[in-house]
Structure formats: structure tokens, C-alpha cells
Design a binder for this molecule. Structure first.
Ligand SMILES: [Zn+2]
Length: 144
């Protein structure tokens, strides 16, 4: 499944370089992830804006019912994507809140450090790799 915007596609963000003996989630690291999340959010909001404009423009341009049908299909696909993006924006907001509260970067299930590299790949991660894997296994069992 291709995702529209991941941390990797963020422009101008070098991976964080830890100094030797640096404390996990110190001020500098928090700032790094705050910037990353804000840039990601801005990118997503731009995409949402663009779609809304695009949908308004195109809706007027298809008087033919057949064209309209395929157009509507495309719209609903786009709307689903936007819906996903809106949820992601909410998640980013919640993550920014975690940084403000000094809770960012720790697994919400077991409390261990999630780790800089993992957060870089998934800035909104709230579980460590182990807990995430466990959660996915449970989810599979529930959904069959
Ligand atoms: Zn954990």
C-alpha cells in the first residue's frame, strides 16, 4: 500500500545524529521530532486543500453522465485518501502533544524507549517494536 506522505519524503530533514552519551529525548531530540512532525502536518494539510479545490473545479466540468460516473469513482477514492490524511493529521497533533508533555518516544504499553531510528521512520509510533508486533498478532486473531 503506497502511503502519500511518510517521514522519508519530508524535505530537508536529515536523520538525527546522536552525540555520544546523549540523553534519550533531550531538548534537541524533541525539537528535531517537533520540526519533523510540523513539516509533515503542513504537507498533509496542503494536500487536503489541493483536493478540495480540485474536486470543486472538476465537478462542474462533466455534464456527461458516463464521465460523471467515473469521475465520482475517482472522487470517492480521493475522499478516502483525504479521510486517511485527516486521521493522520489528528495523530500528528496527538504526537505533538506528547512531546509537550515530555512523554514522547516511550512505548505507551511497556514504557521502554521506542528509539530514535524507529521514530524517524514512524514519527507517530507510540509502541516499541515488540509491543507493536504483539498488537498486530492480536489484531489478526480478532479479525480472523
Ligand atoms: Zn513496548
Amino acid at each position: 500500500m503506497p502511503s502519500t506522505a511518510t517521514a522519508e519524503t519530508l524535505h530537508g530533514f536529515e536523520p538525527y545524529k546522536e552525540k555520544k552519551g546523549e540523553e534519550y529525548m533531550n531538548e534537541e531530540q524533541q525539537q528535531h521530532f517537533r520540526n519533523l512532525l510540523l513539516a509533515w502536518k503542513a504537507e498533509l494539510m496542503e494536500e487536503v486543500d489541493r483536493t478540495v479545490t480540485h474536486l470543486k473545479d472538476e465537478a462542474a466540468n462533466f455534464p456527461d453522465p458516463a464521465d460523471r460516473a467515473s469521475q465520482e469513482e475517482e472522487f470517492s477514492l480521493e475522499l478516502r485518501t483525504r479521510d486517511r490524511e485527516r486521521k493522520l493529521i489528528k495523530k500528528i497533533d496527538a504526537t505533538l502533544e506528547l512531546i509537550e508533555q515530555d512523554d514522547y518516544g516511550f512505548c505507551e504499553a511497556c514504557g521502554v524507549e521506542i528509539g530514535i531510528r524507529r521514530l524517524e521512520a514512524r514519527p507517530t509510533a507510540t509502541l516499541c517494536v515488540d509491543c507493536k508486533t504483539l498488537a498486530e498478532i492480536k489484531e489478526k486473531q480478532i479479525s480472523g
